[in-house]
Design a protein around this ligand. Structure first.
Ligand code: URA
Length: 237
């Protein structure tokens, strides 16, 4: 594949812009400047630098972000900055989208991709990916609340009660709640339905993928093949 096309496919701008960067000596491949835009390279696993920053060719982009509070999961945020402002320009140019949304005040694990099929599968109700939330509550938790969260609560505008897959009490005011769905404000509405209130909410796990302890809030990371496997949904029968 020609270098110009490779850069274009990876989100570095129009082919004209990529051609110009290459001709100006701003691109290196395998440690050497390549200033001929039509040089052919095998794209798989290709490492290149653009203006000093190193990239690896990726057919599709799959990444995770540790979402900070006070960021909105929207391209057109209303009151706070967008999570997309935390990503480098080539990823935005590639059309990376968030897979589901977290509330403005929720922190933690958020997946993003430019693979439409993957996004569709991850978001479809036919395929389930359990998600674990660390919930800090205003009032102490008790056994009745936990039992009710597990047996199901009726939320306004929902046709049937929704139940947590698991609810593990961590302390008086903290639990790990596992949900199969991602309904609007689901954790907050479920806790309100058992007469408690969410004070802080962090998503700590999707499928078998934990939020890495060394991924600081606001930082993002590529998903490797193992991580991708860990978040891939299983079909509900
Ligand atoms: N449930 C909520 O209430 N908010 C979130 O951000 C995610 C799940």
């Amino acid at each position: 594949m020609q270098l110009e096309r490779i850069l274009h496919a990876q989100g570095f701008g129009s082919r004209k812009i990529c051609r110009s960067m290459i001709r100006h000596g701003e691109v290196t491949v395998n440690g050497e400047i390549c200033d001929f835009p039509f040089t052919e390279f095998e794209p798989e696993n290709l490492r290149f630098t653009v203006r000093g920053e190193t990239w690896e060719f990726r057919e599709k982009a799959y990444l995770m972000l540790n979402k900070p509070a006070h960021y909105e999961c929207s391209h057109k945020p209303q009151h706070h900055p967008s999570i997309f402002s935390l990503l480098p320009a080539p990823l935005l140019e590639r059309g990376v989208q968030s897979i589901g949304r977290l509330d403005e005040d929720t922190t933690g694990l958020l997946l993003l991709s430019d693979d439409g099929q993957f996004i569709h599968r991850m978001s479809s109700p036919k395929w389930k990916v359990p998600k674990v939330y660390e919930v800090t509550t205003k009032h102490p938790l008790d056994e009745t609340q936990i039992a009710t969260l597990l047996s199901g609560v009726q939320l306004l505008d929902e046709p049937a009660p929704v139940a947590a897959l698991a609810a593990e009490v961590v302390s008086d005011h903290m639990l790990h709640l596992t949900l199969a769905e991602g309904k609007y404000h689901q954790v907050k509405r479920m806790l309100a339905a058992v007469s408690n209130r969410v004070e802080a909410l962090q998503r700590i796990r999707i499928g078998r993928l934990n939020l890495p302890a060394d991924l600081a809030e606001g930082e993002w990371r590529w998903l490797d093949a193992e991580m991708l496997e860990a978040v891939s949904p299983v079909r509900q029968t």
